[in-house]
Ligand binder design. Sequence first.
Ligand SMILES: *[C@@H]1O[C@H](CO)[C@@H](O)[C@H](O)[C@H]1NC(C)=O
Ligand SMILES: *[C@@H]1O[C@H](CO)[C@@H](O)[C@H](O)[C@H]1NC(C)=O
Ligand SMILES: *[C@@H]1O[C@H](CO)[C@@H](O)[C@H](O)[C@H]1NC(C)=O
Ligand SMILES: *[C@@H]1O[C@H](CO)[C@@H](O)[C@H](O)[C@H]1NC(C)=O
Ligand SMILES: *[C@@H]1O[C@H](CO)[C@@H](O)[C@H](O)[C@H]1NC(C)=O
Ligand SMILES: *[C@@H]1O[C@H](CO)[C@@H](O)[C@H](O)[C@H]1NC(C)=O
Ligand SMILES: *[C@@H]1O[C@H](CO)[C@@H](O)[C@H](O)[C@H]1NC(C)=O
Length: 670
Amino acid sequence: MAATPWLAFVCLASSAAIVLQARAQPDSKGFISIDCGLPGETGYVNDTTKLSYATDAGFIDAGTNHNISAEYITPSLVRSWYNVRSFPSPAGTRNCYTLRSIERGLKYLIRARFKYGNYDGLDRPPVFHLYVGVNFWTAVNVTRPDEAMLMEVIVVVPDDYVQVCLVNTGAGTPFISGIDLRPLKRTLYPQAIASQGLVLHARINFGPTDVSGIVKYPDDPHDRVWMPWANAADWAVISTTKKVQNIEHDLFDVPTAVMQTAIRSPNIWQGIEFLWDAVPQPNDASPGYIAIMHFSELQQLPSGAVREFYVNLNGKSWFSSGFRPDYLYTSATYISIPSRHSRYDVTINATANSTLPPIISAAEVYSVIPTTTLATDSQDVYAIMAIKAKYQVKKNWMGDPCVPENMSWDRLTCGYAIASPPRISTIDLSGNQLNGSIPSGLLKRIQDGSLSLRYGNNPNLCTSRSSCQPATTKRNGKLAIYISVPVALVVALILAMVLLFCFLKRRQHGSMNNSVKPQNETRRDAYGDSSLRLESRWFTYKELEIMTNNFQRVLGRGGFGYVYDDFLDDGTRVAVKLRSHSSNQGVKEFLAEAQILTRIHHKNLVSIIGYCNDGEYMALVYEYMSEGTLQEHIAEATVTEGVYLGDRDSELHLNLLKDWSTYTRDATRF
Ligand SMILES: *[C@@H]1O[C@H](CO)[C@@H](O)[C@H](O)[C@H]1NC(C)=O
Ligand SMILES: *[C@@H]1O[C@H](CO)[C@@H](O)[C@H](O)[C@H]1NC(C)=O
Ligand SMILES: *[C@@H]1O[C@H](CO)[C@@H](O)[C@H](O)[C@H]1NC(C)=O
Ligand SMILES: *[C@@H]1O[C@H](CO)[C@@H](O)[C@H](O)[C@H]1NC(C)=O
Ligand SMILES: *[C@@H]1O[C@H](CO)[C@@H](O)[C@H](O)[C@H]1NC(C)=O
Ligand SMILES: *[C@@H]1O[C@H](CO)[C@@H](O)[C@H](O)[C@H]1NC(C)=O
Ligand SMILES: *[C@@H]1O[C@H](CO)[C@@H](O)[C@H](O)[C@H]1NC(C)=O
């Protein structure tokens, strides 16, 4: 058949897409670096840092690219400042970047970069608001065109994606130069918790001899930026070339380059003092602040010598006793509970026992933001994102679908409950010139009463898979017309019944005294059962390619090759494992895995939804495991010939990992 050369072409195109898109994925360190406004789809690698910068094409579908004005481009200017993406009206009030394939529940440092550079020729720097997901992050007030601003937040991300949103406040057009995302170990920055994020106010490295020397990646493996404290004249500088070790279970992992320098007061009678003023925020006139001070003894003290000091905030000691830093080890004193003052005055002074003046190596100051606003249920978000992509809905479909309520997406109705994420209850797709089929996942949700969908007045929309074939002959065309009339009637009837059913069910729910279903159960209602029923579906390579949008989102690598993140056209989330040509696992192993997975049914093993064995191309389509770290499971799968575990309940994480070896041993025995 003539299909072979065509398929080969498709495959070339898709492997090229993998190479390009790979940069839109977190790299091996889990970093995502975006150069906003860079034209095209090809990013670049910085020669010095070896960090890859992606274009923002795969992260946002609104806004326009601009170069900053030539007068602001100097020879030393870092490339990522050259261009911006801006969001002039009629772009919506809120425009969001979506960073995917990250780890649910993990802590991330997210940095947004801004340099106006008179890109619009108006010489009018704007003021706008920045959100992390649905929570207010900070106001961005660009005061000078040449200013390079870094906004940073440390947050626990509740889903496996996170959005960075720019909100127009009527004070100029929002724009952005870049976004960086860096994973942090869970134990770092204990003040950053699910309900509270930390917004960077200052991060200072005291005492570098070269005051232009900023410590950053790769000296700081977390890519924090440590600004040198330039006012050296008032203090003596001490330093060492020896390595300063992080203590075990270090909460801040300050790099040795930062800890190797410190300042000390000129004599034992004088203290070190620094202060900052609270910056009122639009949503909080008096935000809370926390501070972290980093210390290490850099001098081998002669016997009898003591360096001991108090750390005081606004005249009150943080500890009743004095503090003695350890020789060449990091230590920190920090505020756990944010305090609210208009001015914060930190003094460090020697105790009566001390024979040496106080020192300090580094300090960090953060304001806190509540991150308690709940975003829309993530399964609903995936489903509606799939619809958005499938029907290429432009409208104001940006950011979270339901939150905040007054910015919820056009044509969606959301249900809001106390203490559980909002859910989408009605989607109105009527009168839209939509074609193709109604996603069967949506039809299922209509049947189980969890969703109502309005799709009238879309003459080209079919309501069942079989009636969606393009009319190839006259006869088919006629048939389609004959069928479409009764279908419309039947659909109207069914819809009426469904609405009635929903209404009754809702009332029932209401009388059940706000009982909140566990997330898991809800998910199973909505998708779990339906995906199981689709078991062993046959996919062509072309179908997979369309489904995965050219294999855009790599989840990881297993024994067979890459694993991609996809949606079936019904919005069900799946992982597609495509056998790579370089895979040393052959056809036999592939079929064996397919068989194992169709034969084993265990709640801790992922279900297989379908497979593809199309010429040279082989793929397995699994149910996507939204909880836990799929990446990890896939890595483990390599060891066990492709069987991997999803853990459905994150609380069970440890148990499942313990159980894992038993299950895989069982599985590989087949
Ligand atoms: C920005 O500058 C580059 C290189 O100078 C040029 O190729 C590109 O077309 C410019 N883009 C815009 C939007 O003006
Ligand atoms: C690469 O990164 C380094 C360090 O941040 C920076 O100094 C340099 O200008 C960057 N290179 C380019 C071409 O932007
Ligand atoms: C932005 O900053 C300027 C200069 O500091 C200040 O005058 C102005 O009030 C600020 N605007 C907003 C909206 O905060
Ligand atoms: C140092 O701080 C302590 C605690 O705040 C205070 O009692 C003491 O007077 C201070 N000493 C000097 C010399 O400032
Ligand atoms: C001074 O040292 C003694 C003995 O080590 C200790 O008991 C006392 O608490 C110290 N005083 C201060 C102010 O830290
Ligand atoms: C939404 O409501 C908030 C406060 O309730 C208000 O500050 C904001 O301006 C509103 N946004 C829009 C787009 O109406
Ligand atoms: C559906 O509409 C899109 C865009 O309008 C078009 O590209 C596509 O060919 C149409 N599909 C069918 C089956 O008519």
